[in-house]
Ligand binder design. Structure first.
Ligand code: GH3
Ligand code: MG
Ligand code: MG
Length: 337
C-alpha cells in the first residue's frame, strides 16, 4: 500500500498495482488495460504487464491505432455496457481471465486483467477488490493534480514530463519493424508541437460575458480531443491558449491534422456566440532543443499567424526557410525580449 501510494506518476502507480495484485493472487499474468472509444467503438490496449516470476513493465504501443477491438473480449464488452464491477472468462488455453474495470461514475477508461489457472478464492477476490478501490481513489487524485478543472485537459505542469516521454517513445518507434518502409513512402516521421490561441477571445467575453467565454473554451477543448489521436497529448496552458504534442508523423500529415482542426473550429456553431476562429503555430520537436526553445519556435509561428490575418496555421521551419521569420538565439532562461 505504501509503495502504491508513494507515486506521483500514473505509470509508476500502474506498475506497483499490478506488482501487488500479481504477488497477492499468484496470477500467471496481470495487466493494466486502457479502454478507449472512437465513436461508438471501444478498444483495448495494454499499458503495463507482469508475468509470473517477472518484473512489471510499461508497454508502449507498437502502432498508432487505438488498440484491439473490444469485440475480441465479449465478456469484458458486456461488463462495460452493463456497468458491472467485474467479468470473467475462460480462454482457449484453459486459463481464467478476470477483468476489473476502474469505474469513475459511469465511465471506465482503465481495467485490470488477471490471468489465473485456478478459480479465485473469495479471500483473493476480496483482497484484489480492496486494491482496486485504493487504485481508483489514487488515480483520481493524480488526475485531479494533472488536469485543468475547466476543460479536463492536461495542465501545464505535466508538459515537460509528457514531452520527455514522447521523445523517449519515438526512439522506440524508430527501431520498430516497418519503419523503413513507411519512410520510403512518406516524409520523415517526427514529433510536432502546436500552440493554439483563440482569435479575439477578449471580444467574446466582452460581448457575451465570461460564462459564454468559458463555454467556448470547453467546446474548443472537446474539438481538440476529437481531432487529435489517442497517442497525441492536448494541454490547456492557461487562458485561451492550448498546446498539442503530435507523436510520430510526417510533415504533410501533421499539417493536415492541424489544418483540419482549425477548419473544424471555423465551421463549428458555438451556441449564442456563433463563429470563433483559432490561430496555430507549429514546429518539429527535437530532443536537442529544450522545451522552452521548442515552445518559443511554435509561439513565433503563432505570432506570425496572428499578424497575418489570424484563423490560419503557420509552420515555424517553413517561415524560417522562406526568410519570413528570423531564428532568435535563445538560451534556457531568457527567451525573446
Ligand atoms: P488575439 O486574437 O490577439 O489572441 O486576441 P485575444 O483577445 O484572444 O487576446 P488577449 O490576450 O488580448 O485576450 C485573451 C482574453 O482571454 C483575456 C481574458 O479575459 C480571457 N480569458 C483568459 N482566461 C479565461 C478563462 O478562463 N475564461 C474566460 N471566459 N476568459 C478567459
Ligand atoms: Mg487569443
Ligand atoms: Mg492568448
Amino acid at each position: 500500500m505504501v509503495d502504491m501510494t508513494g507515486h506521483r506518476d500514473h505509470t509508476m502507480l500502474d506498475i506497483s498495482v499490478i506488482s501487488a495484485v500479481q504477488e497477492l493472487s499468484g496470477a500467471a499474468r496481470t495487466r493494466v488495460l486502457t479502454i478507449s472509444s472512437v465513436g461508438e467503438q471501444h478498444f483495448v490496449r495494454s499499458r503495463a504487464c507482469i508475468h509470473a516470476g517477472g518484473v512489471a513493465c510499461p508497454e508502449e504501443p507498437q502502432d498508432s491505432g487505438p488498440g484491439e477491438p473490444i469485440a475480441l473480449y465479449p465478456e469484458l464488452g458486456a461488463c462495460l455496457r452493463h456497468h458491472e464491477p467485474r467479468a470473467e472468462s475462460i480462454g482457449a488455453d484453459g486459463l481464467r481471465r478476470l477483468w476489473l474495470p476502474i469505474w469513475f461514475g459511469d465511465k471506465a477508461d482503465t481495467c485490470l486483467e488477471i490471468v489465473h489457472a485456478a478459480p479465485f478464492t473469495p479471500e483473493a477476490l476480496y483482497m484484489v477488490n480492496g486494491i482496486v478501490s485504493v487504485y481508483r481513489n489514487f488515480q483520481n487524485l493524480l488526475d485531479y493534480s494533472e488536469r485543468d478543472s475547466l476543460t479536463g485537459l492536461l495542465n501545464r505542469k505535466t508538459f515537460d514530463d509528457q514531452l520527455a516521454r514522447m521523445l523517449h517513445a519515438s526512439e522506440t518507434d524508430a527501431t520498430a519493424p516497418g519503419l523503413a518502409e513507411r519512410r520510403h513512402h512518406h516524409g520523415e516521421e517526427k514529433q510536432w508541437l502546436a500552440v493554439v490561441d483563440v482569435d479575439h477571445f477578449k471580444g467574446v467575453n466582452d460581448r457575451f460575458g465570461h460564462l459564454y467565454g468559458d463555454e467556448v473554451l470547453i467546446l474548443i477543448a472537446n474539438l481538440l480531443q476529437s481531432s487529435f489521436r489517442a497517442q497525441d497529448r492536448v494541454f490547456r496552458f492557461g487562458g485561451e491558449e492550448f498546446v498539442v504534442l503530435l507523436r510520430s508523423t510526417d510533415l504533410d500529415n501533421a499539417r493536415r491534422i492541424i489544418e483540419r482542426f482549425r477548419a473544424d473550429v471555423e465551421t463549428h456553431d458555438f451556441p449564442q456566440v456563433g463563429r470563433v476562429t483559432v490561430s496555430i503555430g507549429f514546429t518539429s520537436v527535437s530532443a536537442a532543443d529544450s522545451p522552452v526553445v521548442t515552445l518559443g519556435h511554435a509561439d513565433q509561428a503563432l505570432y506570425y499567424a496572428k499578424a497575418h490575418g489570424r484563423n490560419r496555421v503557420c509552420h515555424y521551419e517553413e517561415l524560417v526557410a522562406g526568410g519570413l521569420l528570423q531564428t532568435v538565439a535563445v538560451n534556457d532562461t531568457a527567451e525573446f525580449f
